[in-house]
Design a protein around this ligand. Structure first.
Ligand code: SF4
Ligand code: SF4
Length: 287
């Protein structure tokens, strides 16, 4: 029932793990490639069940609350399955290809009747290339639309290999200036822009995603407009609102929260859209 990541009704498959470290990441559970246990302390009733069941001795009950030693955790999720109030949650599941196909194809009728399909997202779906390409191929052979939601930071051969099975690339451009991009995401953007040009040259259907974060990449709007204006075939640009809904998940996962304080307002979004339209782009926001 996904309606924001591509056309029609879709199922999104989130791949765990990402090569970027965007300071505004709203899916902190998707940054690391390993499975992870999260502890939401506000829900905990201090029953001690988790500490008594952990087979790795990774949980110690301190002052009534469980403290997880993540270096000892084997990600078995026994604690999460047995917590009576859902204060522990396991993030990440292993899937076999056939099982995943069977699962997502339960909604085949909805995909077909709504012009929807399956979106591969993350994390970064192209950071698990073999599985992503095979999933896209098998879905596309069944006539299911496959969208690829990507940061574009992937080897060219991976992009080339998945291209025949992709309907639309939902492609992030977070900054045009390489230094700004690096400051915000941990990597520069040459590979990302080069892959975007490659996809455009090959006639791929592309929707650019620009997450607008005040004080970080909002000053990039004109430069992004100039960059995209000069790439034939790239027209659609969705400006995304930055919010802090993920804040509690950072703490629950034992990660330090990097989220900027200022959220994106309606006026910021409208200004960014107007700027991009000036460059002949079909810019919009739906949030
Ligand atoms: S996931 Fe398993 S190993 Fe990790 S803390 Fe929970 S019970 Fe212990
Ligand atoms: S099992 Fe759940 S409620 Fe009980 S101590 Fe552990 S986290 Fe808290």
């Amino acid at each position: 029932m996904e309606i924001h990541d591509g056309d029609g009704l879709r199922t999104t498959v989130f791949f765990k793990g990402c090569p970027l470290r965007c300071i505004w990441c709203h899916n902190p559970e998707s940054i690391g490639f390993r499975r992870q246990i999260a502890f939401f302390d506000q829900k905990c009733i201090s029953c001690g069940t988790c500490a008594s069941l952990c087979p790795s001795g990774a949980i110690e009950q301190t002052d009534g609350f469980p403290v997880i030693d993540r270096s000892r955790c084997s990600e078995c999720f026994i604690c999460a399955k047995n917590c009576p109030v859902g204060a522990l949650e396991g993030f990440g599941e292993f899937w076999e290809m056939d099982d995943l196909l069977e699962y997502v194809l339960q909604d085949e009728l909805f995909f077909k009747n709504s012009g929807g399909g399956v979106t591969l997202s993350g994390g970064e779906c192209l950071a698990q290339p073999a599985f992503a390409i095979e999933l896209a191929r098998r879905l596309s052979e069944k006539g299911i639309s496959v969208d690829i939601d990507t940061c574009g930071y992937a080897k060219r051969e991976i992009i080339e290999e998945i291209l025949p099975y992709a309907d639309t690339f939902l492609y992030d451009i977070k900054a045009a200036d390489p230094a700004v991009h690096k400051a915000c995401t941990g990597v520069t953007n040459e590979l990302i822009i080069s892959n975007l040009r490659f996809l455009a040259e090959r006639g791929a259907k592309i929707e650019i995603r620009y997450p607008l974060v005040k004080g970080y990449n909002d000053g990039q709007c004109d430069r992004i407009g100039q960059l995209l204006r000069d790439i034939p075939g790239v027209k659609r640009v969705k400006v995304l609102r930055y919010h802090r809904f993920a804040q509690s998940r950072y703490g629950a996962l034992g990660l330090s929260c990097t989220l900027p304080d200022t959220v994106t307002g309606d006026e910021d979004l409208a200004r960014a859209v107007a700027t991009l339209v000036k460059y002949g782009l079909d810019a919009f926001t739906d949030q």
